[in-house]
Design a protein around this ligand. Structure first.
Ligand code: ADP
Ligand code: ZN
Length: 608
């Protein structure tokens, strides 16, 4: 069950804001402060004021020039006024008033004028510019954004591995095939001579392909660690710069440095940011294309026997430029897939050994619950479990902590003090039990593992967890249909019990629709369209967006078919729940009181 999403206010980039503030301050300073300083020194007054001050005897010194009279008052303030040549009396009046004649003001030299009017006002601007420039360069060196904005040479990060504390293959769990594929490269880096002697040419590059968080970076580091060679790492996005030609020069730099350190590994993360298919049409990205061309040139240029091996990672291999995949470039492709049941168990084992845990924790159960989780998510789960253990005041991580961590990572943390009215809580109970009951009453559904109505920070108001006994690779048509029925079960329970419906089913609706659409358009599971692909999948590693590849008329027919499938399953769910209304009531009341129940408790009440 899903909460209504709320829009978060958009945040502006802090950098732009501070830059604007500085700019504004400088403009204000130039407009007000500098003229004020300049005019503070000599005050321009009219001749009348001069005479008045003379009569009031506030003048001390006076200097008469051809066109101007400079004078000082008792407070040593300097004034200037235009002299009036016809006023011949003035000298006598001055003498009567006992005013001293002397130097009051010295005409500035041209240099001083230039300095004062042109250089000084811009000094702060210059200083601030330099400061920002420095800061940005430091950021650039740390791999931050906006590198090179103010010039300065950007350096390639370099990690020199030492034998003891580096990543090894044993730190990567579950990716046996990928390790095997890369073992040869390790061997080559160990002893390039052996390969050279026999005349073998090793691949210059290997492309690690797989979804995010599956350990591609880790694997590349492990290759360097195993071979004991330096590891250069750069993200593809770091090449793409504001100015055309910068990225290309960075590529040149990188390969120059790598060449000096050979044998070594150069790792380019997210290579798709520079390696996208080049446009043949208009509107290409010059900078990116130049960078890519430079990369290709460098890869062709260097001597493969030297021992520079380029590993690159991507999660959208289909978008790469074919030129990159040609022999002599990234001609090896190493899939780094999401871990299977065994893989997940070994990753969990690897990380649980790094924390203090109670003996006898059943990792298999956790692994079975986390189908589809990546290595990064699993390592995160173990960490969450350790944090939970501390929160609970335990010294060792327990099974319970891991269980909670799975919920946290899959559904967000438990939302403390979430305000749910009593009636809402009741609706959520029925909704979740609806899912669980429909699942249990069908023959092709995975067993229920857990039902909870404790709200999660992700917005889930509760959830029903089903766990397959084994890893599933294929799904039958019956299984998909039953799954759709389970998704509609939540809403169906609301209808059966309360006769009204809520917004809580939005996520269920989305999932059910996706499955039904997949059946029709991708899996060839409808009678009408037989085995015709009506959709093509893009970004298979990034959630698999699909786009329709059929006529508008067919698209309308697909929509109709999808509606029919979901509707049929919804009706099935309604029928099942109506037939088992007492069980629905009984289990929902129980869940309402207990808030979280296990699959066994659920089955016990159901089979009573
Ligand atoms: P990718 O580069 O594929 O996005 P990373 O290599 O950055 O993924 O993985 C992120 C983190 O997840 C790693 O630092 C590691 O802690 C953990 N991890 C991912 N896959 C594995 C694995 N197979 N074995 C051990 N740890 C893993
Ligand atoms: Zn639901």
């Amino acid at each position: 069950m899903q909460e209504q999403p709320q829009k978060e206010p958009q945040r502006k980039s802090p950098f732009i804001v501070s830059y604007l503030i500085v700019l504004l301050a400088i403009m204000l300073m130039n407009a007000f402060l500098f003229p004020a300083i300049a005019s503070n020194r000599i005050k321009d007054v009219d001749y009348g004021t001069f005479l008045r001050m003379l009569d009031e005897k506030t003048l001390t010194t006076v200097q008469i020039e051809d066109e101007q009279i400079y004078f000082k008052d008792k407070e040593e303030k300097t004034y200037v006024t235009n002299s009036i040549p016809q006023d011949l009396e003035i000298v006598n009046r001055l003498r009567d008033a006992n005013v001293e004649f002397g130097r009051v003001y010295k005409q500035q030299s041209l240099l001083a004028t230039i300095l004062q009017n042109w250089i000084l006002p811009f000094l702060p601007l210059f200083l601030i510019g330099t400061l920002i420039g420095r800061k940005m360069n430091a950021m650039a060196k740390n791999g931050g954004p906006n590198a090179m904005m103010f010039g300065g040479k950007n350096q390639v990060k370099q990690y020199v591995v030492d034998a003891e504390c580096s990543v090894k293959f044993s730190d990567v769990a579950g990716q046996e095939e990928a390790k095997e594929a890369l073992a040869e490269i390790v061997d080559f880096l160990h002893d390039p001579k052996k390969y050279e002697e026999i005349g073998a040419r090793l691949p210059k590059g290997a492309l690690l392909v797989g979804p995010p968080g599956t350990g591609k970076t880790l694997m590349a580091k492990a290759v360097a660690g195993e071979a004991g060679v330096p590891f250069f790492s750069i993200a593809g996005s770091e090449f793409v710069e504001m100015f055309v030609g910068m990225g290309a020069s960075k590529v040149r730099d990188l390969f120059k440095q790598a060449g000096e350190k050979a044998p070594c590994i150069v790792f380019i993360d997210e290579i798709d940011t520079i390696g996208k298919k080049r446009d043949t049409g208009h509107g290409g990205n010059d900078e990116r294309e130049q960078t890519l061309n430079q990369l290709l040139t460098e890869m062709d240029g260097f001597d493969a026997t030297k021992g520079v091996v380029i590993l690159a990672a991507t999660n959208r291999p289909e978008s790469l430029d074919p030129a990159l995949l040609r022999p002599g470039r990234f001609d090896r492709r190493v899939p780094v897939e999401l871990p299977d049941l065994k893989g997940r168990e070994s990753i969990l084992k690897l990380y649980i050994e790094r924390v203090k845990a109670e003996p006898g924790i059943d990792l298999n159960v956790i692994a079975r619950m986390t189908s589809g989780a990546s290595g990064a998510e699993l390592s995160n789960m173990v960490n969450e479990a350790a944090l939970h253990a501390i929160r609970m005041g335990r010294k060792l991580v327990a099974q319970e902590d891991l269980q909670e961590a799975v919920d946290t990572v899959l559904a967000g943390a438990q939302k403390k003090n979430a305000i749910m009215s009593d009636h809402e809580k009741k609706i959520v109970s029925y909704h979740e039990v609806g899912h669980a009951l429909v699942a249990a009453l069908q023959s092709h559904s995975a067993p229920v593992q857990k039902i909870t109505i404790v709200p999660r920070t992700s917005g889930a108001l509760g959830f029903t967890m089903q766990v397959e006994q084994n890893d599933h690779v294929l799904m039958t048509k019956e299984e998909i249909l039953d799954k759709i029925a389970v998704f509609t079960g939540g809403r169906a329970a609301e209808e059966v019990k309360f006769g009204s419906i809520t917004t809580g089913a939005s996520n269920d609706i989305e999932q059910a629709t996706k499955l039904a659409r997949g059946m029709v358009a991708r899996y060839g599971m409808s009678d009408e369209f037989d085995m015709v692909a009506l959709e093509t999948v893009q970004n298979a590693y990034l959630g698999g967006d699909a786009s329709l590849a059929c006529s508008a008329q067919t698209a309308a027919e697909i929509d109709a078919k999808v509606v029919a499938i979901v509707k049929a399953q919804h009706e099935k769910a309604l029928r099942l729940l109506n037939e088992n209304k007492e069980k629905l009531d009984e289990i929902s009341e129980y869940l309402y009181v207990k808030e979280t129940i296990t699959g066994e408790e659920f089955m016990q009440i159901l089979n009573k």
